[in-house]
Design a protein around this ligand. Structure first.
Ligand code: ATP
Ligand code: MG
Length: 530
């Protein structure tokens, strides 16, 4: 209302939620998301079964980001929380559950502060100060190693896969993961390790057991030649890569061709055949003996390629085309006429694998390509295995690049909680309360690990704090015995990068959400379930 007159600035189809209600709704949504994944944290965390009613697909997983993906969430604040988990996954590959429950804890703390009439701006500011302190504490506490410390890397991989249904084959799988990463790692000018995620491929097959996992040099493509008459194995491959379909282009205008005699029919198919034959001829004359095509290959083209003893594989997914091009040093062209000798990639050997529809491309021009082949008795199982191994590959890469580790099993969290709480005491006014609240975010890891393992949360927290107060800064919770033990000695270590990323993105997003006091929701957009 303006001078007694109502001014309408929003369209009819916009809902508006303001003030406390907006804050409450957002806090509740963020807490609900955290609640959904907290029971999966740690080696004794449980798995979740997600069933899609539409397709009947079943996913069983312990992986935070996967669970959140599968949940069809509508609330805008909940979506922001899920984005944090996704960022965590993209940036560092592990710690998605941790990042999510961190936000839940920050929102819970914020709720209490807001109830005490502390302004959201002060809370957000205190959270940022707390975050900076947290990053300093991690710098101080991080264990630094030089060069490749295989033993540490194995432990990092082991920590990432605990609780992810890998227990029985943990030694085999962690050593495969570490070898894979070390094979593709390069050193830059200042002697720092650099690893490209795309150089390590993970493939799965149903059959055999988990212990039969293999590390293979080269690239594995889960496709095979289009015709059985094409060679199954080929040495000295010259590889053409074409993104478009190899077929007769459909005319834009739908024209009806009336064929009245068998001669006409023959002439017509003769002409089409000629076109297809010339497509095959262009490929043959480029000097290629192998073809990877991003789309389909017409039967006639397949026939002529087979006659020329070329291995052709069709419908290769985009992402595989790119990685493969990198591995063999080929340039992907959009049509056959663009091919020439320089565009071709090279591989020493191309071979179809036994019992599975996988073509293995080895002795690639770029030798830094390795593949991990995972095996298991069911698709649901190998899918979860793949997620665990993916986490492990990513953390080993992070750890190798940075050479910085923190001690897990709640050890680093207790240290952070205590150091930030001390820091809060040095600050003035209400900011002190916000930083103090921030420090309590770190309670969520020990609490949740204890809870998920069936131990009394308060008892364990008291014992952990007492140990850290005595200077035992690696003391953490043995989730199997319930004892407070030196987690470094237990080999429970994680890359410092994973923890840093979780703290940073949780804090930024929490600060963003709590400062919202007005939500305008356009009803035209997808229904938002508030
Ligand atoms: N053997 C162990 N003993 C105690 N704690 C452990 C052990 N192994 C891992 N942890 C702890 O478990 C937590 C990680 O659990 P989990 O892998 O389930 O979640 P996340 O890494 O946050 O998310 P996700 O793996 O789903 O992306 C870390 O705090 C880690 O220190
Ligand atoms: Mg993990």
């Amino acid at each position: 209302m303006l001078a007694g007159q109502q001014v309408v600035i929003l369209r009819d189809n916009v809902d508006r939620i303001g003030g406390n209600e907006a804050q409450r709704s957002n806090i509740m949504a963020a807490k609900a998301i955290a609640e959904a994944v907290r029971t999966t944290l740690g080696p004794r965390g449980m798995d979740k079964m997600m069933v899609s009613q539409a397709g009947g697909d079943v996913v069983i997983t312990n992986d935070g980001v996967t669970i959140l993906h599968e949940m069809a969430v509508e609330h805008p604040a909940a979506k922001l929380v899920i984005e944090v988990a996704e960022t965590q996954d993209n940036e560092v590959g592990d710690g998605t559950t941790t990042a999510t429950i961190f936000i839940g804890a920050l929102m819970e703390q914020a709720e209490a502060l807001i109830n005490r009439k502390i302004h959201p701006t002060i809370i957000a500011n205190g959270y940022r100060l707390g975050m900076q302190k947290a990053l300093e504490v991690i710098d101080e506490q991080a264990i630094k190693t030089d060069g490749e410390d295989r033993d540490m890397l194995i432990k990092v991989a082991g920590t990432a896969v605990t609780g992810k249904s890998i227990e029985d084959a943990k030694d085999i799988i962690t050593s495969i993961v570490v070898d894979a990463v070390l094979t593709v790692a390069r050193k830059d000018e200042d002697g720092k390790y650099k690893v490209d995620e795309d150089d390590v491929q993970i493939k799965t097959m149903v059959g055999d057991s988990m212990e039969d996992a293999e590390l293979l040099r080269g690239f594995l493509l889960d496709k095979t030649r289009v015709q059985h008459s094409m060679p199954k194995r080929l040495e000295g491959a010259k590889i053409a890569m074409i993104s478009a379909a190899l077929a007769v282009a459909k005319t834009q205008v739908k024209s009806k061709i009336k064929i009245t005699s068998s001669e006409q029919m023959e002439a017509f198919s003769e002409q089409e055949n000629e076109t297809l034959r010339s497509i095959a001829d262009v490929i043959v004359s480029s000097g290629a003996n192998t073809l990877f095509c991003g789309k389909g290959i017409a039967d006639a083209v397949q026939f002529y390629l087979a006659k020329a003893n070329i291995i052709a594989i069709q419908d290769v997914p985009d992402s595989d085309m790119k990685k493969l091009a990198r591995a063999v040093g080929a340039t992907i062209v959009s049509k056959p006429e663009d091919l020439n000798e320089e565009m071709l990639g090279e591989a020493g050997l191309i071979e179809e694998m036994k019992d599975i529809t996988i073509t293995r491309i080895t002795e690639c021009k770029n030798p830094a390509t390795v593949s991990i082949l995972l095996k298991g008795t069911s698709q649901i199982f190998v899918d979860e295995l793949e997620r665990g191994v993916y986490d492990a590959v990513r953390v080993v890469m992070d750890a190798l690049e940075d050479g910085e580790f923190v001690v897990g099993g709640a050890a680093i969290d207790i240290e952070l909680m205590m150091k930030i709480s001390e820091f809060a005491a040095t600050q003035e006014g209400r900011t002190q309360l916000a930083i103090e609240a921030f420090s309590r975010m770190f309670e969520v890891v020990p609490y949740t690990l204890a809870e998920n393992s069936g131990f009394d949360q308060i008892d364990k927290m008291v014992a952990l704090k007492a140990a850290h107060a005595k200077g035992e800064n690696h003391a953490g919770l043995n989730v199997f015995s319930g004892e407070i033990v030196d987690m470094l000695a237990e080999g429970v270590i994680e890359p410092a990068r994973v923890k840093r990323q979780a703290i940073m993105s949780a804090t930024e997003t929490a600060a963003l959400i709590i400062r919202v006091d007005d939500m305008m929701i356009s009803k035209n957009a997808s229904q938002m379930g508030m």
